[in-house]
Design a binder for this molecule. Structure first.
Ligand SMILES: C[S@@+](CC[C@H](N)C(=O)[O-])C[C@H]1O[C@@H](n2cnc3c(N)ncnc32)[C@H](O)[C@@H]1O
Length: 206
């Protein structure tokens, strides 16, 4: 599906949403928290978290982690920095995953939760991850996606313009297809809640 929103528009949505993101998402955290813990268990070596947002995953990383956390929204990132500036070994950087400053083969693990529903051009972002993650590195994505059920999928398509216009994220992304189109061919999918919530465990074969 053709993307109609630019980086500037989505960044602006998240800067606006950052003011009430934690309050708004709090009820869902009771349900999503266990998957965050599970996601972070995969991290080892030099880790990049993409779209760290207000830092909801940070508490789950061990203190000896070597973590770089990026987000393109200064509003979201400033919340994470305020909460976790004293967490050891974590570096926060404002950066767009579609065009990073990192050298090729920098990271052992790349983590992202609920990010590829928002990245304006997800295939460009995933290709950039492929480049900066080492060969045989792990890329773990926790994502809500478009349902494969025809009727539910269509309802998600119809509702999507309203959601993306208000908050900046899409509810109808086909993230598995985006992964394949980014050149990854070695991955597993875990279905966590019906077919809406999935974890993608990608082995970065170069
Ligand atoms: C729904 S929030 C999720 C935040 C956090 N990962 C969480 O689990 O709560 C999506 C985040 O991705 C960030 N984001 C979207 N596109 C991005 C991009 N191209 N580069 C970096 N961050 C991006 C947004 O600014 C936002 O903070």
């Amino acid at each position: 599906m053709k993307e109609i929103y630019s980086i500037e528009v989505i960044r602006h949505r998240y800067n606006r949403y950052s003011k009430f993101y934690d309050v708004f998402e709090a009820p869902m955290e009771m349900f999503l928290g266990k998957w965050r813990r599970e996601l972070i268990k995969y991290s080892s070596g030099k880790v990049l978290e993409v779209g760290v947002g207000t830092g909801k995953n940070i508490e789950y990383y061990p203190n000896d982690i070597d973590l770089t956390a990026i987000d393109f929204s200064e509003g979201m990132l400033s919340k994470a920095i305020k909460k976790y500036k004293r967490k050891p070994n974590v570096k926060f950087i404002q950066m767009d995953i579609q065009a990073t400053d990192f050298e090729t083969d920098t990271f052992d693990t790349v983590i992202a939760s609920y990010v590829f529903c928002s990245v304006p051009d997800p295939v460009t972002g995933l290709k950039e991850i492929k480049r900066i993650c080492k060969n045989d590195g792990k890329i773990i994505l926790l994502e809500h996606v478009r349902s494969d059920n025809k009727l539910i999928g269509l309802s998600m398509d119809l509702l999507n313009p309203l959601i993306v216009g208000l908050f900046g994220f899409n509810i109808n992304r086909d993230t598995e297809n985006n992964i394949v189109n980014s050149g990854f061919d070695s991955y597993q999918v875990r279905y966590l809640w019906y077919d809406f919530l999935r974890m993608f465990i990608i082995n970065n074969k170069k």
